[in-house]
Design a protein around this ligand. Structure first.
Ligand code: PRT
Ligand code: MG
Length: 222
């Protein structure tokens, strides 16, 4: 049996590998749930836990909201950056988990005079994975931009003249520094949120609520 057909007794959690998975483990532990398989060493995409009623789907970070929206997962953990691009349709977002914290920023080549370009009303070429967030940000400043959609390694774009600026998430700033880029504007702080399928919240409330409560307690402690 390896399907995740959601009946009332099964809870399916969608997580992405890496920092979100790692930072969600302690929250699951607080709810009495231990993931018994390691996604870094296993090729399995559906992981078991010590609770036969709870399983974990490993999906791309940007796909978490989609799985939850359509009810293929009952709940999931996703960054605010990802949720803003997805739009949040069909999702209930009850808890800021304060994990995978970072910021969304504008960065440019070290030699590029961003302030002057903006002040003079230049048309900026902006490369980003976060087109909705970038569009809104520059529209609210009245800056005209040509958005170039990328799917990763945004830091490369200004280095090779693909764009004047990038909008990306930054945590230590090490990647920007290593590529001679400068952070010129913070757009917003980012953290990861618990997202719950709206139908599951009603139909599986009894199973879900204790887990949501434990996540809430564990995430506001630190
Ligand atoms: O990696 P993949 O393409 O599969 O997807 P993803 O990058 O969306 O997933 P993942 O797992 O890397 O990130 C999941 C979530 O973690 C994001 O949606 C953010 O909300 C959050 N987060 C926190 C980050 C970072 N910190 C972060 N530093 N996401 C990405 N980064 C990148 C950053 O863009 C930079 O390129 O990591 C690189 C190193 O950052 P510095 O500043 O520490 O050098
Ligand atoms: Mg990544």
């Amino acid at each position: 049996m390896n399907t995740t057909e959601s009946d009332g007794s099964q809870l399916i959690l969608a997580l992405s590998k890496g920092r979100i998975f790692d930072d969600t483990l302690p929250l699951l532990e607080a709810a009495g749930i231990t993931v018994t398989e390691n996604p870094e060493t296993s090729r399995k995409l559906i992981l078991n836990t010590n609770d036969p009623g709870v399983r974990v789907l490993i999906v791309r970070a940007t796909d978490v909201p989609t799985y939850v929206q359509h009810g293929a997962a009952d709940f999931g953990v996703a960054g605010k950056d990802v949720l803003l691009e997805h739009g949040g349709e069909g999702l209930y977002q009850p808890i800021d988990l304060h994990i995978a914290e970072c910021r969304m920023s504008v960065a440019v080549n070290a030699g590029f005079d961003y302030e002057t370009a903006v002040r003079q009303g230049a048309r900026l070429r902006v490369a980003t994975k976060f087109v909705n967030t970038a569009r809104q940000h520059f529209a609210s400043k009245g800056v005209h931009v040509d958005l170039i959609k990328l799917y990763g390694s945004m830091e490369l774009a200004p280095l090779v003249g693909l764009s004047d600026a990038i909008v990306d998430v930054v945590s230590t700033g090490g990647t920007l520094r290593a590529n001679n880029l400068v952070e010129v504007e913070k757009i917003m702080d980012i953290s990861s949120r618990l997202v719950v399928n709206q139908a599951a919240l009603k139909l599986k409330r009894e199973r879900l609520q204790p887990i949501l409560d434990a996540f809430q307690r564990a995430s506001s402690k630190g």
